[in-house]
Design a binder for this molecule. Sequence first.
Ligand code: PMV
Length: 366
Amino acid sequence: MNQAQDSHKGGRWSVAKVPSNIALLKYWGKKDESTQWPANDSLSMTLEHALTVTKARPLAGIDQATAQPPLDQVTIGGRTLSSLSDSGHKALAHLRRLRELTGFKSLLEVESSNTFPSECGIASSASGLGALTLAALGAWTGSKNLGELEANGYCRNRLAQLARLGSGSACRSFWGGFVAWEAGPQGDRQRVYPVAVDLDFKLADLIVVLSKQPKGLSSTEGHRSAWTSPLFAPRLASHRSRYQQMQQALKKRDLESMGAIMEVEALEMHSVMMTAQPPARYWTDETSPLITWIREERLAGRLPAWFTIDAGPNVHVICDLKDAPNVMAKIRARYQNLAQEHPNSRYDGVEIIQDQTGHGPFLGVE
Ligand code: PMV
């Protein structure tokens, strides 16, 4: 297909559903911003229910050269994005970058929404920028599904490499199951691939939402400041062996080893954040008591679960899918007891989002 001639304008929507992912080994810090070259390898689990649903179609008769003002029209959750807001700037810049890299010309009309609260430690930028990439390429090529999109030159790997330019963690949302992202020897030799694990190895991610407040420091600034932490160089020095241990534990379906590694990893990333300049503390007052409780209950043999935390206060409780009802009931009971002891406190109505290992992205039309 001649990429300068987009296949159809206006009319049908290209619809992308891209899941979020939870990093078991975290991407934090970049060696190079222009190529989005991560400082270390990371590994994540794709989620099933936490999705961004994004529709895109070319704006009829308008291309980048002729548009006044030269902007795509993007709405998120019903709100039209301004290029002045953080998420607006990110989305519009990503569409411009995609046009430059692919040769497509049309401006797009885009509508996007999340099935989960955004900007609070559930990686909305991963699913958001992933879905924007997929919907845009679907719209520009006129592909009706992922198979057609691949035939039109955009396999998952290419999509992942494009998506990570908008948000690094987005590249890990292009496959189901567990996905590895390796930094490689150069910024343009990164690798993203699904880790081969039995399809029936499914974990639950019970996301304890302690706060829905937007985070204080954006991940863009956080990646930058990581290098100022005295803990960052030692982290990078030992991270490769942690990555290999995680890969082995995952292939053996050894959740206990995976859990031990993922907890150290989350605590180390947050230690880097808290000791960087400027320091970032994403936790609320309830984050620390919750992770202490998880560890105590596990040690006492009552809770077969482990935690991880992204750039936010909310705690992802990871356990075997078959243990999820029991773990869920225990977490709920903890907050009910705390709420009874402290009426009208922050313990009232703590939301727990239930998710699990997911299937990966979807592309269709409507
Ligand atoms: O993709 P970004 O730039 O939003 O960074 C994501 C960073 C973490 O969510 C904290 C960790 C990760 O690997 O997803």
